[in-house]
Design a protein around this ligand. Structure first.
Ligand code: PBG
Length: 351
């Protein structure tokens, strides 16, 4: 013992007279078998959704720099990717089109073209994989030269009700092309009710709605906007961010207001997005609703782990697994993640 250690122990109270603990939580951590028996959260690959970025062409694969392991795929390669995923136990897919810039315009016209990239992909995937569960993103940003989820008025206002009409029409097109579920990610008010009414009127009563209920104006979407080239346009009278419709990261109670509205309007599943920075919101929604809850482990969350792993600073497998498990523990039933296939492989291999 050094002198300072000796002084420390001399100054410490004598614990020998204290009773030994009877409750020893460590008993249940002694080996993998007992840890497995008492594990509170399990996350099988069936609860994951794999987002897919689509491009025109055949045999086309464009890696996305800020999202290592992810690529934009032409429809034929997306069909192959789904086959691999289904094999691994991941059967749900969320489709995002990366449109050629020449097809984007201020009115997001291509969004309601029944032969657009998403509709063609839906038909091909439906035909190739009858059992796949096909989800589509419903928002205008991939189609808008303004890079916003809604229509932009000349004064820069993001128009709510006009946008909702387009989203409802889009949803019906997606259902007709084979979508099982539409996922409005735009944060316009009243869109869930309008989409439900439009789907029902067109006879698509089986088409479900997963609403992005609490979608935050987050900086963690950066790599995704690179993937779709969908960042808000740098132009006069075009807002440079999405803060007038996506939620303020400072707010949690407001998520409960959104959840009550979406539930009333007929949403089947409520989504919180991003994931890890908003675990408290997931937990609060879990307590407030009996609907299933989804969470989106977004592009930036994925990219952070990939980048740190490349530098040798984090263990990719361990950190991705822990992240997804934490999101499930907070209360999410469904998780959207770019790591779905890796996770499914790891899950199979066993922890
Ligand atoms: C847009 C949309 C976004 C994401 C999903 N849908 C980006 C945005 O709101 O700007 C982000 C997903 C991710 O970052 O992984 N409708």
């Amino acid at each position: 013992m050094t002198t300072s250690e000796r002084t420390f122990f001399a100054a410490s109270p004598d614990h020998s007279s204290l009773p030994r603990p009877v409750r020893r939580p460590r008993r249940l951590r002694r080996c993998p078998a007992i840890r497995g028996l008492v594990r509170e959260t399990v996350l099988p690959p069936e609860q994951l959704v794999l987002p897919l970025f689509l491009i025109e062409g055949t045999g086309a694969r464009e890696p996305i720099e800020a999202m290592p392991g992810c690529a934009r795929l032409s429809v034929d390669l997306a069909v192959d990717e789904c086959a691999r995923a289904i094999d691994l136990g991941v059967s749900a897919f969320d489709l995002f089109p990366a449109l050629d810039p020449t097809l984007k315009d201020p009115a997001a016209t291509a969004a309601v073209d029944p032969d657009n990239l998403v509709c063609r992909a839906l038909r091909a995937l439906r035909e190739a994989h009858a059992d796949a569960y096909l989800i589509t993103d419903v928002a205008l940003d991939p189609y808008s030269s303004m890079g916003h989820d809604g229509l932009v008025a000349p004064d820069g206002e993001i128009l709510n009700d006009d946008t909702v009409d387009v989203l409802a029409a889009m949803s019906v097109l997606h259902a007709e092309a084979g979508a099982d579920m539409v996922a409005p990610s735009d944060m316009m008010d009243g869109r869930v009710a309008a989409i439900r009414a439009a789907l029902d009127a067109a006879g698509h009563t089986h088409t479900a709605i997963l609403s992005y209920t609490a979608k935050y104006a987050s900086s963690f979407y950066g790599p995704f906007r690179e993937a779709l080239d969908s960042a808000p346009a740098d132009a006069p009278n075009v807002p440079g961010d999405k803060k007038t419709y996506q939620m303020d990261p400072a707010n949690a109670r407001e998520a409960l207001v959104e959840a009550a509205l979406d539930e009333q309007e007929g949403a089947d599943i409520l989504m919180v997005k991003p994931g890890l920075p908003y675990l408290d919101v997931i937990a609060r929604l879990r307590a407030a609703t009996n609907l299933p809850i989804a969470a989106y482990h977004v592009s930036g969350e994925y990219a952070m782990i990939k980048a740190a792993a490349r530098l040798g600073w984090l263990d990719e497998r361990a950190c991705l697994t822990e992240s997804l498990l934490a999101i499930a523990r907070a209360g999410a039933d469904v998780i959207f993640t770019y790591a779905a296939l890796d996770y499914a492989r790891w899950y199979r291999e066993g922890r």
